[in-house]
Design a protein around this ligand. Structure first.
Ligand code: COA
Ligand code: AMP
Length: 629
């Protein structure tokens, strides 16, 4: 039996000792006497009697261990021209000071703080400051519009909001304050204070309840770490579900710290003093786990990059960053590599940089198409590791664990389930299917530490969405198969979630937005294949009888509407007015059939279709392929 298999077996056959051993890497104020608490199954808790502070583990303990002068965080921002570094000692001072600001504003253990910020170090500092005082942060991705932000404010009920005067998107400066003010206006919940980081690219006008970050921090008294129960929430991260109401994924402190620390060694092979560059955004789970918490928990150096893979200013920026900071492990989404390849098909820009320190490229967030895998592999000549995970899981479910034992790669598969994850494939009746047969991918309960214990304030929705479909199993929402060698192939979502440029979005919420237009009678949004972004949304609407509007005008209004309501990140650029939508006799819109036709597949027409002529009329419109420029 190889190292991987031994570890996987140990984790599933004796999870208690496996995870208690892993927990020894964390500094506890009260060490846990046991790992798993099943008393409230199917809601499981990890390390129920442990107490710790995650910020202490990510920052202070490295200073105490004599690593204060080591660089903890590198900020590299080609869009603003700034590059700076924070040693662990400096990071501790900044975080302690901002924790003091929050404490002075009345934020205490369990209170929520909403963070709506671009990729600046202060975003990570604000997150760690919350962790320091036992407050719960909820970071909202900057590409979301005021309505989406308001929904999150109303669910998380933050006491304080932390934001910045602007973000920088390529060459565009996006003022955040007007978006935030609009969201605050829309939200029913009223928070106490807003802290704004003023950026020189666009300063914000501050109101009576707003504090300037620099002023606030100048007078702050540094605050120490507050030990809290391991099962207390560290953060809430909203993610797209099938409806317009996002799911507030809760992350606990102890399980997350243990799992992330373990994953850094076993999966990413990054240890103290080594550098990890995760090109994502702190607004996504990848950013939470592998820009902020995991690299810091192990005492590594993390790179926070504010820019795009291409155009800021060129397609060689990832290579520059990797070379300048001697990055060992890099992590991004396949889309970023497709974008680089489009601009620099031969990867000629790598020649300008010394990539000899780069040992691994990890890709996740969407399916890694074999073509992109082969291109990256040939270009870099290092292991290219596809790995599969979700906001809910907090860390990878399936990966090739290079720190344990590297397995031969099968392009198209993220390899085998990691220790802690007992992955199965079921048919609709909940029976395991044979190897090679596609079905719903599920994970046997209990999920390992680090994965979501519940949804914020909504155990019922947690159980209904994930645990009630197959008794004793977590429904991932992805379909796929496991081959004879145990390799998992993830084929796509079974619900209304789509992945656009590695960003998880809900077609349901786009439909809800379209339906608010006064001329729309009904609508459908589907995700169709796109060569660059993996998937892009397309909308189809039927107008109310008697509407005498020019089609093109309504279509443009609808594109604008979704951008205004959900945000630019929704990337819905193609909405078509059609005569009718194909439905079953019971009135269900045949979205899967529409998607199949749009993707050019030989899609069978279900026998339950109400009127086959509707789909025939729609065929030419569905077939009109509009790739992103
Ligand atoms: N704030 C404000 N607007 C944002 C934003 C943010 N943080 N992030 C994206 N947007 C906007 C973009 O400017 C774009 O606006 P536009 O329609 O006016 O051009 C829109 O949202 C869509 O963004 P995106 O899908 O990212 O497209 P893009 O053309 O700007 O960039 C890629 C394409 C491939 C370069 C980019 O998506 C990328 O780097 N992807 C990597 C994926 C990634 O990091 N995923 C995270 C999970 S690992
Ligand atoms: P998110 O919650 O934003 O991380 O998105 C999670 C979803 O992205 C998963 O449910 C998958 O549909 C998809 N996904 C993430 N990583 C991969 C991968 N390596 N291969 C295929 N799909 C992936």
């Amino acid at each position: 039996m190889g190292i991987y298999e031994r570890a996987w077996r140990a984790s599933t056959e004796a999870p208690e000792s496996f995870w208690l051993k892993a927990a020894e890497s964390i500094d506890w104020d009260v060490p846990p006497s046991r790992a798993l608490d099943p008393s409230d199954a199917p809601l499981y808790r990890w390390f129920p009697d442990g107490r710790l502070n995650v910020c202490f583990n990510a920052v202070d303990r490295h200073v105490e261990a004599g690593r204060g002068e080591q660089v903890a965080l590198i900020y590299d921002s080609p869009v603003s021209g700034v590059r700076s570094t924070y040693t662990y000692a400096q990071l501790k001072d900044e975080v302690a000071a901002f924790a003091g600001v929050l404490a002075r504003l009345g934020v205490g253990q369990g209170d929520r703080v909403l963070i709506y910020m671009p990729m600046v170090p202060e975003a990570a500092i604000a997150m760690l400051a919350c962790a320091r005082i036992g407050a719960v942060h909820s970071v909202v991705f900057g590409g979301f519009a005021p309505h989406e932000l308001a929904v999150r404010i109303d669910d998380a009920n933050p006491k304080v909001i932390v934001s910045a005067s602007c973000g920088i998107e390529g060459n565009r400066v996006i003022p955040y304050k007007p978006l935030l003010d609009r969201a605050i206006e829309l939200a029913l919940h009223k928070h106490d204070k807003t802290v704004i980081l003023q950026r020189p690219q666009a300063r914000a006008e501050l109101g009576p309840d707003d504090l300037d970050w620099s002023d606030a921090i100048a007078g702050a008294s540094p605050t120490d770490c507050v030990p809290i129960p391991a099962t207390d929430p560290l953060y809430i991260l909203y993610t797209s579900g099938t409806t317009g109401k996002p799911k507030g994924v809760v992350r606990d402190c102890g399980g997350y710290a243990v799992a992330l620390h373990w994953s850094m060694g076993a999966v990413y092979d990054v240890g103290p003093g080594e550098t990890m560059f995760t090109a994502s955004d702190v607004g996504w789970v990848v950013g939470h786990s592998y820009i902020v918490y995991a690299p810091l928990l192990v005492g590594a150096t993390t790179v926070l990059y504010e820019g795009k893979p291409v155009g800021t200013p060129d397609a060689g920026q990832f290579w520059r960053v990797a070379a300048d900071y001697r990055v060992k492990t890099m992590f991004t989404a396949p889309t970023a590599f497709r974008a680089i390849r489009k601009v620099d098909p031969k990867g000629a820009l790598t020649a300008d940089h010394d990539l000899s320190h780069l040992r691994y490229l990890f890709l996740a967030g969407e399916r890694l198409d074999p073509d992109t895998y082969h291109w990256a592999n040939a270009l870099l000549g290092i292991p290219v590791i596809d790995h599969w995970w979700q906001t809910e899981t907090g860390w990878p479910i399936v990966a090739n664990p290079v720190g344990l034992e590297i397995a031969p790669v099968k392009p198209g598969s993220p390899t085998r389930p990691l220790p802690g994850w007992d992955v199965r494939v079921f048919n609709a009746a909940g029976e395991a299917v044979p190897a090679g047969v596609e079905g719903a991918i599920v994970v046997k309960l209990p999920l390992p530490p680090g994965s979501l214990p519940t949804l914020w304030n909504d155990d019922d929705r947690f159980v209904a969405s994930y645990l009630s479909i197959f008794d004793g199993y977590y429904l991932t929402g992805d379909s796929g198969y496991i081959d004879h060698d145990g390799y998992v192939f993830v084929m796509g979502r079974t619900d209304d979630v789509i992945n656009v440029a590695g960003h998880r979005l809900s077609t349901g919420s786009m439909e809800e937005a379209l339906a608010t237009h006064p001329d729309v009678a009904e609508c459908a949004v589907i995700g169709v294949a796109d060569a660059l972004k993996g998937q892009v949304p397309r909308g189809f609407v039927v107008l109310k009888a008697g509407t005498r509007r020019e089609q093109g005008e309504v279509e443009a209004e609808l594109v604008h509407l979704v951008r205004e309501r959900i945000g630019a990140v929704a990337a819905l650029k193609d909405v078509a007015v059609v005569a009718a939508l194909p439905k079953t006799r019971s009135g269900k819109i045949l979205r899967k059939t529409m998607r199949g036709i749009a993707d050019g597949l030989d899609e069978p027409i279900p026998s339950t279709i109400e009127d086959p002529s509707v789909i025939e009329a729609l065929r030419p419109i569905l077939g009109r392929r509009r790739q992103t420029p």
